[in-house]
Design a protein. Structure first.
Length: 235
């Protein structure tokens, strides 16, 4: 039987600085709740707005699959493996921290905020060589429905995560467009932009999430202004 746990946007942990507005779906940094450390293999779902000309200085990661998805603006990435790129809406980015990597993330604009999501999933093995990948999926998103953005199952046109049981699906849904929610042991549905209705489950607006256990037979229908949704499925 499917269990539906709706988490409204207003209930997220919040970090507010002069250059950053960050909302955390799970325990992160000094925000600690032993009963809220992840859902399935997803352990971070941060919703960040970084002011123009600012950003995160160089900092380390290890043994984590990190997927970054920009909603508006542009984010500049640099890391200790020599990778450099500008992430924009529709460009999926994956960084495998593996044995250890440092990176920085800065707003690439001097006059516009950047709004992005960063999501972390546990790898299926530790100690791998750090890696980086980016794939533009705008053409696939334009076809409608849900598409694989990051996958450990070998999906075409998606960045590869080193977690064989995880897939991140995304969709830019038009008004009234309905999609089937993936059926899996753990499913995390996040409304990044717009609104919609989870059936069963109820209405969701931007920043709301649904944590589903033993998901089966659910649908999501975008509201009158459409919706951008990101859905992780993990066992």
């Amino acid at each position: 039987m499917t269990t539906i746990d709706i988490r409204p946007a207003a209930e997220r942990f919040v970090t507010e600085l002069d250059w950053l507005d960050s909302k955390h779906s799970f325990s992160f940094g000094h925000h600690r709740d032993p009963n809220n450390v992840g859902h399935g293999l997803l352990v971070v779902n941060n919703d960040d707005v970084v002011r123009a000309g600012t950003g995160f200085g160089t900092h380390p990661h290890r043994d984590m699959e990190i997927v970054t998805w920009v909603l508006s603006g542009q984010l500049e990435h640099r890391d200790s493996a020599g990778n450099h790129g500008i992430i924009y809406p529709g460009l999926a980015q994956r960084m495998s921290a593996g044995t250890g990597i440092t990176h920085s993330e800065h707003n690439a604009s001097q006059d516009e905020d950047v709004h992005f999501l960063q999501m972390w999933v546990l790898p299926d093995r530790t100690g791998i060589e750090p890696g980086y990948e980016q794939v533009d999926v705008n053409d696939e998103l334009a076809k409608g429905g849900l598409i694989p953005i990051a996958s450990g199952k070998g999906h075409d046109n998606a960045v590869t995560v080193h977690q064989r049981d995880a897939v991140l699906w995304g969709g830019r849904l038009g008004p009234g467009e309905r999609v089937d929610v993936p059926e899996q042991r753990h499913v995390h549905l996040f409304v990044a932009v717009g609104s919609g209705t989870l059936d069963p489950g109820g209405d969701l607006t931007a920043g709301d999430a649904a944590r589903l256990t033993d998901a089966a037979g659910l649908t999501f229908t975008a509201g009158t202004d459409g919706a951008e949704v990101l859905i992780w499925e993990t066992p």
